[in-house]
Design a protein around this ligand. Sequence first.
Ligand code: SF4
Length: 436
Amino acid sequence: MKPRNPTRPIFVGDERTGIVQIGGGIAPDHALAKGLSGPTQPAPVSVQTMTAGYTHDIDKCVAEIHKLTAAGADIVRVAVPEKKDTEALGEIISQTSVPIVADVHFHFKRALEAIEAGVHKIRLNPGNINDRKQVEAVIDACKDRGIPIRVGVNEGSIIERKDKQARAKELGAVFSDQKHGYMLSIMIAKLEEYLDIFYERDFYDIAISAKSMDATVVIDAYTEIAKRFPHPLHLGVTHAGPKETGCIRSVVALGSLLSQGIGDTIRISYANDPIYEVEDGLELLYSLGLRERIGAELIACPTCGRIQVDLFSLVQEVNKKLEDEIEVPMKVAVMGCVVNGPGEAEGADVAVFAGDRKGIIYVQGEKVATVGEEEILDRLLSECKAFQDKVRRGEAKLGEKKVDIVPPDPMGELGSGWEKMAAARMGHTELTIEGR
Ligand code: SF4
């Protein structure tokens, strides 16, 4: 992991919603306006998502935003294609408690209306709002209100630009050794050109995105943009598709960039309920150590031919219970057997190792119970809750005691094989050995 790339931070939100800092590491001369001063460290990478319903349907939109906020979204974006959408914004903002971004395409007046309604950030697309006077009007309105702007140069929206040829040729030479050189040249050229309008008006509250549906374009584009512009980067793979494939594309692209210190806020996009975007975005950041985990982390074995309990169902049930009932970031391991289980569960605070319709439960390396398969879920959860209480009372520390489990005798206590082998020896049952 490389350290975070320093950027000029932007601040999204207000006193009521709380202010989310995006980026940082370069002293912000505009931070004073938000009551913040001095050089700032990069903020934790934030997670964004976008509502899927109509913004003008106020009750549904508010309900969706509440759901996404509860799932952990730091910032929520809404589409405002029509005036009835921006007219709904004031009410939506007053009923929600997370910074709201207005996603504006084609109609610069939607941006002005959204700003007037009290939105916390505007997203502009240079591909479809490029009239200089219109862009200047939005910049000036944002400057008056202290609202940042994300400039999003998505591949799909700039590819047909009529003026792309000249600058692209020039820059094409710079990127001639890169697979996506032509695309990069268009994106960089568009950004340079567009941001000049902002700089000329002394406006620097800017975030940049350069999304594509191709994960490799995303990696290359953001890598080049991070070298050239001092602004925080909003990462994303656009139109990533269904969750199953979209997850892989997004994690490959965003994970690669974040591991190189590139990226300050992320949006994973799926053709699915946006709640998954938030959950998977957070999990990506937890996995990279870029956010402090909230709630338990579940480690589970993939199972193999040694398994003697219904581990898949158990893992699903444990996962659900942990999500609902554990808030402390403890590590919990659910392992299928004692052969590799203890080693793989190293570092877990609470662990269960299954055997022949049984499970042995450990808490920070200490064996606390051996229970039948049907009791594993309840007992494991009660041990997790008891451990959570101890942590809260200051009587235990997370990850403090390294798990040093002496594997129980697989032929003995758990009965993994012993009974079968003993029975076979006594001639009570047949022991089938492959190849004999
Ligand atoms: S923990 Fe045991 S059951 Fe699970 S994958 Fe490893 S060896 Fe197989």
